[in-house]
Write a protein that binds this ligand. Structure first.
Ligand code: CO8
Length: 257
């Protein structure tokens, strides 16, 4: 597929997806959504690929949903057309997606980063949910995911005032896993993704699924779910290989079975 709003490249077993609408600071319009879903679905289906990195430019990961596209829409367009509900397909990706955020991640941009499995931020990253300044609100999960990531106090303040959080504050608050120098962000994110892609494929999916379950279930149900998936991994050839490789002091050679 030819993409107009994304750059997609494979670096070994890592798919690097770069949002590429520099003239609009990577604002997310319907075309970006359609292309992003197509790129993620192609990645998820490609057995040669083990992890993806989603990034933007040094100035902006994404400055939000495209205000110019939304400005004239009414309730019937938004509700009737279930505007942007397609973003649920980002979180349906079964293989990991790392967000590598430099510059602005605002509104839908912050929400898209939070849909990824974890966020690596550059020292220039700025996160925010400024929709209230447009007399609207987050609409792609931001109020829910931000509250879960940083707690009610910071999430509420950010949604009500539109203030941005810099990279240091985002790391302290638990929104991002690590901060990297801007010039190294994408290469470091690809390195981290390559490390993940080198693990056994079924174990990657199971680990992702069980951590995500922590956000959907009670502790007891989550622990039970984890134990069942842990048990299930003993039915895989890669578990036999992984444990044999450890004993024989050699790297594992995975089959994905
Ligand atoms: N939408 C459309 N165009 C944008 C957006 C955007 N979100 N952000 C920036 N642009 C455009 C500007 O209009 C400008 O275009 P032009 O050159 O044609 O005037 C170009 O990008 C460059 O932007 P600026 O000149 O403003 O750059 P600055 O460096 O001065 O400022 C900022 C950078 C601070 C990021 C500023 O651009 C800004 O405040 N942008 C808007 C941020 C915002 O409000 N984001 C939230 C949008 S609403 C949203 O995301 C809702 C999500 C939920 C939708 C779910 C639906 C169900």
């Amino acid at each position: 597929m030819v993409y107009e709003t994304l750059l997609v490249e494979q670096r070994g077993a890592v798919t690097l997806i770069t949002l590429n609408r520099p003239q609009a600071l990577n604002a997310l319009n319907s075309q970006v959504l359609a292309e992003l879903i197509a790129a993620l679905e192609a990645y998820d289906a490609d057995e040669s690929q083990g992890c993806a990195v989603l990034t933007g430019s040094e100035k902006a990961f994404a400055a939000g949903a495209d205000i110019k596209e939304m400005a004239s829409k009414g309730f019937a367009d938004m509700y009737g057309g279930n505007f942007f509900a397609g973003y649920d397909r980002v979180t349906a990706t079964r293989k990991p997606v790392i967000a590598a955020v430099s510059g602005y991640a605002l509104g839908g941009g912050c929400e898209l980063a939070m849909m990824c499995d974890f966020i690596l931020a550059s020292d220039t990253a700025k996160f925010g949910q400024p929709e209230i300044k447009l007399a609207v609100s987050p609409g792609m999960g931001g109020s829910q995911r931000l509250a879960r990531a940083v707690g009610k106090a910071k999430a509420m303040e950010m949604c009500l005032t539109g203030r941005m959080m810099d990279a240091d504050e985002a790391e302290r608050a638990g929104l991002v896993s690590r901060i990297l120098p801007a010039a190294e962000l994408v290469d470091e994110a690809v390195k981290t993704a390559a490390l993940i892609a080198g693990m056994a494929p079924l174990a990657i999916k199971a680990n992702k699924e069980m951590v995500n379950a922590a956000y959907e279930t009670t502790l007891a149900q989550g622990v039970q779910f984890e134990r069942r998936l842990f048990h299930a991994l003993f039915g895989t050839a890669d578990q036999k290989e992984g444990m044999a490789a450890f004993v024989e002091k050699r790297p594992g050679n995975w089959t994905g079975k």
